[in-house]
Design a protein around this ligand. Structure first.
Ligand code: GLA
Length: 338
């Protein structure tokens, strides 16, 4: 950060009366984005470093160094840490579901492994991590099905989600436990998420919140769709976190789902449209501050964003509030000046 940027208001201070402001970080960005992180954010999430394949790459081997570095950084700067994530169909070693002969492991074996993993990871960070995304992306996107046909479902059966929450609660009784998903505002999918969480609550499963990932676009989802999803989830009486916010400048133009190959020039016009989008999003989020406890961006500045490779590989995107040189964008001012 150059000196020019030192006198701008702090995002997280501005939002203190509303909700925490978080960022996903990685081993590199803890250094490269250090100044921005310390000034503008009061919560962090590990982009990858706490996922099973990274923190527990082999049955008998844990790799805590990167996660430790993140937790130490957070402690040093008084930041909240969101743990991400325990049970997911991605970034989990195939070996978790296999026995010594390479055959599908039994439910009992997989459950024991899950208990051991959760007890180890949550135990290690019980003083530092206030909440966990216990289960990530477990319902289907479309069609008539309900739960995603993952290895977890196949080996542990339909109640694997309830089990995961119970196991997490036992390992860290004080941690807030979340279900986290994407496309979380789409009418069909948000009904599935609602039904899943309502069912868990009915069964007395220890679940405390819903993580709305918030990988949104310039023009999609519509604001009223987001509002409806927030209100529907809030009606369950759980806490809401926006967990992975970024706004791709590639809109859902002509129903392309943001997949057009053309690289847009990031000119004033686009910067302004992004700022308007962020302005209306944050004005909605502020109006729901009673239920929204935290808003985490999936990244810090536009020089390091997964959106450069998703959904189109190698297509530069500008989804965050800070530019590639770590300066505040118009979008920054649009959420800070209100
Ligand atoms: C999902 C996951 C995140 C991350 C993003 C893409 O949303 O929850 O951990 O992998 O995809 O970066």
């Amino acid at each position: 950060m150059t000196d020019t940027y030192r006198n701008i208001p702090s995002l997280s201070e501005r939002y203190r009366p509303y909700f925490r402001i978080g960022a996903a970080v990685n081993a590199k960005s803890l250094n490269t984005h250090r100044d921005l992180l310390v000034t503008h954010f009061n919560s962090v999430t590990a982009e990858n470093e706490m996922k099973w394949e990274e923190i527990h790459p082999e049955q008998d081997r844990y790799e805590f160094a990167k996660a430790d570095a993140l937790v130490n950084f957070a402690r040093e700067h008084g930041m909240f840490v969101r743990g991400h994530t325990l049970v997911w169909h991605n970034q989990t070693p195939a070996a978790v579901f296999l026995d010594d002969l390479g055959q599908t492991a039994t439910a009992a074996v997989v459950e024991r492994r899950l208990e051991e993993h959760v007890a180890t990871v949550l135990g290690r960070y019980h003083n530092d991590i206030g909440c966990w995304d216990v289960v990530n992306e477990a319902v289907v996107d479309a069609g008539t099905g309900f739960l995603r046909d993952s290895r977890w479902l196949q080996t542990l059966g339909d109640d694997y989600i309830a089990k995961a929450f119970r196991i997490a609660h036992q390992a860290a009784p004080d941690a807030l436990l979340f279900y986290n998903d994407y496309n979380e505002t789409k009418p069909d999918k948000s009904e599935r998420i609602y039904k899943l969480v309502a069912g868990l609550l009915d069964e007395g499963v220890p679940i405390h919140g819903i993580g709305m990932q918030g990988h949104w676009m310039l023009d999609d989802p519509a604001l009223d769709e987001i509002e409806r999803a927030i209100d529907r989830y809030a009606s369950l009486g759980v806490r809401l976190h926006i967990t992975e916010l970024d706004v791709s400048v590639y809109g859902n133009v002509h129903g392309t789902g943001g997949q057009s190959q053309e690289v847009l020039p990031y000119d004033d016009e686009l910067a302004k449209r992004l700022a308007e989008r962020y302005r209306s999003l944050f004005s909605l989020l502020r109006a729901r501050k009673d239920v929204i406890e935290s808003v985490t961006f999936w990244g810090v500045a536009d020089d390091d964003t997964w959106r450069d490779n998703f959904p189109v590989r190698g297509r530069k995107d500008w989804p965050l509030l800070f530019d590639v040189n770590h300066g505040p964008k118009q979008a920054f001012w649009s959420v800070v000046e209100f």
